[in-house]
Write a protein that binds this ligand. Structure first.
Ligand SMILES: [Zn+2]
Length: 241
């Protein structure tokens, strides 16, 4: 089964403490790393957890409060020292992109990797990342400043071939991909073999929602409805649980 792992680097609000760092986590999906928020101390935790800079190409920032992004300039500077190549895309609100660009242009002019800024608009619901197996989409949260959550959705997987049936009907190799995608098989004598006899169901796809600072709002519940796993930050005492 493909790896879908959440590493929580920081879960405390506002300030670092002896027990925990401000918000940061890293989703590992098939050995690609996706960072969500980047509070102070993120790069130290990243290294303590044995994560690899070279696998980190996308960073998603939920909102422009310091406890969610003060770790970003330091992390990017360290990545430059480690000769990370290629590009790093930062998904962030417009003012954050402007500030980060100024900062990086001043301190990190000769970065060996390109920094791409993907500007998120307030209230936006958009797929901000997509590859062959995964999408990441934004949805609005309701905070003192524009704020977004992120939903990671594994794309639907292919059905499993039944080896015995493939052999029995002598299905050519060139046809196997189409059968995995759900096609029936038509034999040379014209007989149609339904896909359900040739395959077993695909593994379920997983989904994960990250909700950072937000007021209680039922629109959030609607946006994350049906997601397998939800991570929700909260800065209240137990009586509000
Ligand atoms: Zn905040």
């Amino acid at each position: 089964m493909a790896k879908f792992q959440i590493n929580i680097l920081g879960c405390g609000s506002a300030t670092p403490t002896a027990r925990h760092q401000p918000s940061c986590q890293v989703v590992n999906f098939r050995d690609k790393l996706f960072m969500i928020d980047c509070g102070e101390g993120a790069q130290s935790q990243f290294r303590c957890m044995g994560l690899k800079f070279s696998r980190l190409n996308h960073i998603f920032i939920s909102h422009l409060h310091g406890d969610h992004l003060f770790g970003l300039p330091g992390l990017l500077s360290t990545m430059a020292l480690h000769e990370v190549s290629g590009s790093v895309t930062i998904h962030i609100f417009r003012d954050g992109a402007r500030l980060m660009k100024e900062w990086m242009d001043f301190f990190n002019r000769n970065s060996p990797f390109e920094i791409i800024y993907d500007v998120i608009e307030e209230g936006e619901r958009r797929i901000v990342y997509e590859d062959g197996g995964l999408t990441v989409e934004t949805f609005p949260l309701y905070h003192r400043t524009p704020c977004t959550g992120f939903i990671f959705r594994e794309k639907p997987k292919l059905r499993h071939l039944r080896g015995d049936m493939v052999k029995f009907h002598n299905i050519p190799i060139a046809m196997l991909q189409a059968v995995k995608e759900g096609a029936d098989f038509v034999r040379e004598d014209g007989m149609v073999i339904p896909n359900a006899l040739l395959t077993s169901p695909a593994d379920p796809s997983v989904s994960y929602a990250y909700c950072s600072d937000t007021m209680m709002d039922l629109r959030v519940a609607a946006d994350i409805s049906g997601v397998d796993t939800v991570y929700h930050e909260a800065t209240y005492d137990g009586s509000m649980a």
